[in-house]
Write a protein that binds this ligand. Structure first.
Ligand SMILES: Cc1cc2nc3c(=O)[nH]c(=O)nc-3n(C[C@H](O)[C@H](O)[C@H](O)COP(=O)(O)OP(=O)(O)OC[C@H]3O[C@@H](n4cnc5c(N)ncnc54)[C@H](O)[C@@H]3O)c2cc1C
Length: 405
């Protein structure tokens, strides 16, 4: 019997799972999907910042993978981390045991096609560090809630999406705490157009957040009484009981570096892709990259990841079709979207929850506009505290049951 060929997906988050959903009913016989993901559950990161402040819905944010592949499916989910990608297989950071793999206990998994969707790392609480069980991850969020309750003075470092969201959540829930937000630029979220800064500024101002612009934090040191002294590039010193680091994202591209060093941008770590979302290395036409880790002009949004992974799956299905009927002749025509010059208009839209209101930026009649979402909250009633996690549960084939989680 011919050996089954693997479409290996590295990373089971938004890009990886949407690739699974796009591919799982379309792969021809003889192929299967293997997802490699170290987290025990899907992490609904959109609501982590709120859940690190507001209690009681933490469990909604960790979704079991059990619905991804129904009983009897040939597809496999492996809980491990890929430490290296070679031209034929991926190397795991630990041995895994599964009777469906070619050798039952193994540290390597061969691939015919690879979708590399390992995303980018953020500091906690934007992303959880404890990932081996739902209980551990929930405990990490609860620990943040306790630390925030216990701190009178909080410095948020970084005025990107994470910093803005957590500053708003803390200041809305605890108006008596002193919240300072240090941002290295002069305006917030400029990639979404000019107007969004003013909307965000007004919301934070209303919550009493002290905003510092054009300064970068250069040091933080422990001082007497358990406090931390934060110092900025301009010499501003702020004493804090708690510092929340919301600084940047770190692409998880190291495992690809030895396979194709030229595909990884040495300065940023993002992976360069062709318009087909294959890596920019003609030696490996079967290696695709999508999601936050791909070096594109798309916003780093799950919506962009969904669109990219759909294109990647279409292209893999085309390549599989050609490889199974080589007599059809000619080079396959793959779908393309120029990753550096064709950002979809939709990728410039955002709804950013800031406490229980939000900043919205959209493109209307060719112009980028921004507004405060308070009216929307009034029209639709109080939005789900979990910021739409229920939809993700459904997408992953499981129903959110608050009593049985
Ligand atoms: C606070 C916040 C709010 C957001 N809100 C929204 C929103 O409302 N709407 C929206 O569209 N986008 C939103 N985003 C952006 C969105 O979260 C990202 O665009 C999305 O997570 C990208 O998905 P990804 O699958 O590419 O990467 P990630 O989500 O980063 O996932 C990467 C996955 O790969 C795994 N992994 C990493 N290294 C390895 C390895 N070596 N081997 C195997 N697996 C590995 C990780 O465990 C992880 O599961 C938000 C982001 C933040 C920070």
């Amino acid at each position: 019997m011919a050996e089954i060929k693997n479409v290996v997906i590295v990373g089971g988050s938004y890009a990886g799972c949407s690739a699974v959903l796009a591919a799982k009913d379309k792969l021809p016989p003889g192929y299967r999907i293997i997802v490699i993901e170290p987290r025990s559950h899907f992490h609904y990161t959109f609501a982590f910042l709120r859940a690190s402040v507001v209690p009681d819905f933490e469990r909604d944010l960790f979704i079991p993978y059990s619905g991804l592949f129904p009983e009897g499916s040939p597809n496999v989910l492996v809980h491990a981390k890929v430490s290296e990608v070679t031209s034929t297989h991926v190397v795991l950071d630990q041995s895994v045991t599964d009777a469906r793999l070619s050798t039952e206990t193994t540290t390597t998994i061969p691939y015919a096609y690879l979708i590399y969707a390992a995303g980018a790392k953020h500091p906690s609480p934007t992303e959880m560090e404890r990932i081996s069980s739902k209980e551990d991850s929930v405990a990490e969020l609860k620990d943040w809630q306790k630390q925030i309750i216990g701190a009178g003075r909080i410095v948020v470092v970084g005025g990107g999406g994470s910093g803005l969201e957590i500053a708003a959540e803390v200041a809305e829930r605890y108006p008596r705490k002193k919240v300072v937000l240090v941002h290295s630029r002069q305006r917030y979220m400029e990639a979404y157009g000019e107007g969004i800064h003013d909307v965000i500024y007004d919301i934070l101002n209303k919550f009493g957040v002290h905003m510092i612009f054009g300064e970068r934090v250069v040091s933080s040191e422990d001082v007497k009484g358990g406090a931390t002294l934060v110092t900025t590039t301009k010499g501003t010193q702020i004493e804090a009981d708690l510092v929340l680091w919301c600084t940047g994202l770190k692409p998880q591209s190291v495992p690809l570096q030895s396979l194709s060093p030229t595909s990884v941008d040495p300065k940023t770590g993002f992976v360069k892709v062709l318009p087909t979302f294959q890596i920019v290395d003609s030696a490996f036409p079967n290696v695709f990259v999508c999601g936050d880790i791909a070096d594109t002009t798309d916003m780093k949004l799950a919506r962009a990841a969904f669109a990219q992974s759909a294109l990647v799956v279409d292209n893999i299905l085309t390549l599989i079709g050609v490889s199974s009927s080589p007599s059809s002749g000619g080079a396959p025509t793959l779908k393309t979207r120029d990753p550096l010059t064709e950002p979809g208009m939709w990728t410039r839209g955002i709804f950013m929850p800031m406490g229980h209101t939000g900043a919205v930026a959209v493109r209307l009649f060719g112009r980028q506009v921004a507004f405060n979402s308070w009216w929307w909250e009034v029209v639709r009633g109080k939005s789900g505290e979990n910021l739409g996690a229920d939809n993700m549960w459904r997408m992953l084939g499981v129903e959110l049951d608050k009593t049985a989680q």
